[in-house]
Write a protein that binds this ligand. Structure first.
Ligand code: GLY
Length: 560
C-alpha cells in the first residue's frame, strides 16, 4: 500500500503525459475542411455533407480558393496533394508547374551571363505551365464520386455572387496595387481601392470554370481557353504556347514515408523537397528526448535548428525534379547517413553553416502559397498545398479568363551561386530545362499513430514551410498541445543559409535569444515576419476531428 501511495505522483504524471491535450479548435463529429478562407472550407464541407468524399471536396476546395483567395489559390499555378484512404492506401499527386518547351538553362541570363533582374519573378516571362486544373481533374477521374457539375456549380456560383473583402485582404490588395498596375496597366480590375466589406465578383473566372465544367481538363488545356491563355502570355512577352498547355500532365508519385518514434509520417516526394527534408529533420532529432527540453526552450530550438541546418544543406544540393535529376534518396534518408550528419552536433555551441555546407548552393521560394486539410466521414484524408509562388504570382492577370498567372519559374535556379529575390542561391539539380518541374518546399503531410490517421497538416511559407510543418507535428506529439494551440504556437526557422535563426515576433524571450547568441547562434535582427500559416486537422481518440485554423490569417475550419 505504502509503495502504491509513493508511486502515485509518478503514475499521475505518466497518466497526464499519456492523455492527449483537450481540443481547443473547432470539433466536429464526421468531416472537416480547414483552409485559408471560410468560403472555400464551407464549399468543401458541403460537398461532403451532400454525399461527396474527401477527393470531391479537394476539387471543390482547390477551385473555391482560386475564387476566394486569389493571393495564392489559383487556376494559373500548381501544387501537390497527399492522400490516405480509409483502408490505409496512400499516394501523392504532383500538379506542379513546369518549364515551357522553349525554356533553357540560361534563359534568365544576359549576354554577359548575369541574371536579368525581375525576369523570372514579374510578368509573363516568369510564368511556368500551370498544373492546377490538370491536378484536380486527375483527382476527380481517379477518386471522385460526385459529378463534376455537383462539385463545380457552387464554385461557379461563388465567383458570380462575389467574395467579401476581409481586413487582411484589403491591406494585401493595397500593398500590391502598384505592382498590379505596373504589370497590367491602370485599367486592371485590381487597380481599384478595395476596403474591408467590399464584394469582388469574378464573372470572367466563372466563365472559365464553366468551360472546365463542360470539357474537363481539355476545357483549360485545349480549345478556346488554351488559345486565349497562350496568346495573352505571348503578347505580354512570355513563352507558354498552346503545345505547352496541351502537353501538361499531373503525375502520381509515391509519397515519402518514414517512422518517427511511434508515428508514421507520409509527405510529398520530389519535385517537392518537403517530404525528404522533413524526414531528415525528424530522423536527426529522433534519438533525443525533445519533449523533456520543453516547448520552444533554448535546448529544443537548438536541436531543431541544427537538424534543419543540415537537412536544408542537403535539400539545396541534391533535390530537383526526379524525372531529370538523379537523387540519391536511399543514401540521404538512411539512418547511418543521418546519424553521421549529427555527429558534430553539441549543445555547447552552434555549428557553423560553412562547416556543414555541401557546396555553394541554396534554393529559393517565396512566402506565398496556401494549404488546406480535409477529412471525410469515411476517414479518407487529403493534405494539399497549392501556389502561384509570389503573392498573386507574377501579378500578370488575364482579365478575359479571370485569374492570375504564377511566377514559378523563379523556383528554378537561374544561375548556380547567384542569389534570387530572397537572397538565396540555387543548385545544378534544379537548373532550368524544357518541361522540367522546379523544386518546391511544399509539404502536404499526413501522420498516422498506431496505424490510424492522427493528423493532416501543411502550410504556405516558401522555404519555411518545412520547419513550420515539422514544428506543428512536434507541438502536438511531443509537447501535447491541442491542434489549434499547435497551429497558433510561435515558430522559428533556420535553413542553413543564411546562417541565422528567424523567430516570430511573439513568444520568444530576450533571455532565450541571448542564451543562443552566447552559444554562437546568429539571430535575425530585421523585421520579424510570420512563419507559415498552418491549416491542420487532428483525429481525437473518440474519432472526432479537431481543426487547427491558423490565427495568422483568415483561415477557417468548417465541418459537421
Ligand atoms: N513556390 C513555393 C514552393 O513551391 O515551395
Amino acid at each position: 500500500m505504502r509503495r502504491i501511495i509513493l508511486a502515485l505522483p509518478f503514475l499521475l504524471f505518466l497518466n497526464c503525459k499519456q492523455q492527449p491535450a483537450l481540443p481547443t479548435g473547432l470539433v466536429t463529429e464526421k468531416a472537416m475542411v480547414v483552409s485559408a478562407r471560410e468560403e472555400a472550407s464551407k464549399i468543401g464541407s458541403e460537398i461532403m455533407e451532400n454525399g461527396g468524399n474527401a477527393f470531391d471536396a479537394m476539387v471543390a476546395t482547390e477551385l473555391a480558393l482560386a475564387v476566394a483567395y486569389p493571393f495564392a489559390g489559383n487556376l494559373g499555378g500548381g501544387g501537390f496533394m497527399v492522400y490516405r484512404k480509409n483502408n490505409g492506401d496512400i499516394g501523392g499527386l504532383d500538379y506542379r508547374e513546369k518549364a515551357p518547351l522553349s525554356a533553357h538553362r540560361d534563359m534568365y541570363l544576359d549576354s554577359l551571363g548575369n541574371v536579368i533582374p525581375n525576369m523570372s519573378t514579374v510578368g509573363a516571362t516568369a510564368v511556368g505551365v500551370p498544373g492546377t486544373v490538370a491536378g484536380v481533374m486527375e483527382v476527380h477521374k481517379k477518386f471522385g464520386s460526385l459529378s463534376l457539375s455537383d462539385i463545380l456549380t457552387p464554385v461557379i456560383k461563388l465567383a458570380k455572387k462575389g467574395v467579401l473583402v476581409t481586413e487582411k485582404q484589403a491591406k494585401r490588395l493595397e500593398s500590391y496595387k502598384e505592382r498590379f498596375i505596373q504589370v497590367n496597366g491602370d485599367s486592371t480590375k485590381f487597380a481599384a481601392n478595395f476596403v474591408a466589406g467590399d464584394t469582388i465578383k469574378y464573372p470572367a473566372l466563372a466563365s472559365t470554370l464553366e468551360k472546365i465544367l463542360e470539357n474537363g481538363r481539355d476545357g483549360f488545356y485545349k480549345g478556346e481557353v488554351a488559345e486565349k491563355l497562350a496568346t495573352f502570355i505571348q503578347e505580354k512577352g512570355g513563352f507558354i504556347t498552346t503545345e505547352d498547355l496541351e502537353r501538361y500532365e499531373a503525375k502520381w508519385r509515391q509519397p515519402v514515408v518514414f517512422k518517427y518514434k511511434d508515428l508514421r509520417v507520409i509527405s510529398m516526394s520530389p519535385p517537392s523537397s518537403g517530404g525528404v527534408t522533413i524526414n531528415q529533420i525528424f530522423k536527426m532529432i529522433e534519438s533525443y528526448d525533445i519533449s523533456k527540453y520543453g516547448h520552444n526552450s533554448a535546448k529544443s530550438v537548438q536541436l531543431f535548428t541544427e537538424a534543419a541546418r543540415r537537412a536544408y544543406a542537403d535539400r539545396n544540393y541534391f533535390l530537383g525534379d526526379p524525372d531529370f535529376a538523379d537523387i540519391p534518396l536511399d543514401v540521404i534518408l538512411s539512418d547511418a547517413y543521418l546519424q553521421e550528419r549529427m555527429q558534430d552536433f553539441s549543445f555547447d555551441k552552434a555549428t557553423l553553416s560553412s562547416d556543414v555546407s555541401h557546396g555553394e548552393v541554396e534554393i529559393i521560394e517565396s512566402m506565398e502559397t496556401t494549404h488546406y486539410s480535409i477529412v471525410d466521414d469515411k476517414g479518407n484524408a487529403i493534405s494539399a498545398t497549392t501556389t502561384l509562388n509570389g503573392g498573386y504570382g507574377s501579378k500578370l492577370y488575364s482579365a478575359e479568363l479571370g485569374f492570375f498567372l504564377n511566377n514559378e519559374m523563379d523556383d528554378f535556379s537561374s544561375k548556380a551561386g547567384v542569389p534570387n529575390m530572397f537572397g538565396l542561391i540555387g543548385a545544378e539539380a534544379n537548373s532550368i530545362a524544357p518541361e522540367k518541374r522546379m523544386l518546391s518546399s511544399m509539404t502536404p503531410t499526413l501522420v498516422e499513430k498506431d496505424g490510424k490517421l492522427y493528423m493532416v497538416v501543411g502550410t504556405p511559407g516558401g522555404s519555411t514551410i518545412i520547419t513550420a510543418v515539422a514544428q506543428t507535428i512536434l507541438n502536438v506529439y511531443e509537447y501535447n498541445l491541442s491542434m489549434q494551440e499547435a497551429v497558433n504556437a510561435p515558430r522559428f526557422h533556420h535553413q542553413w543559409l543564411p546562417d541565422v535563426v528567424f523567430f516570430e515576433e511573439e513568444g520568444f524571450s530576450e533571455e532565450l535569444k541571448s542564451s543562443l547568441k552566447e552559444k554562437g547562434y546568429q539571430i535575425f535582427e530585421g523585421r520579424s515576419r510570420i512563419i507559415g500559416k498552418v491549416d491542420a486537422i487532428r483525429v481525437l481518440k473518440n474519432g472526432k476531428l479537431e481543426g487547427g485554423a491558423d490565427k495568422r490569417g483568415d483561415d477557417t475550419a468548417v465541418g459537421y
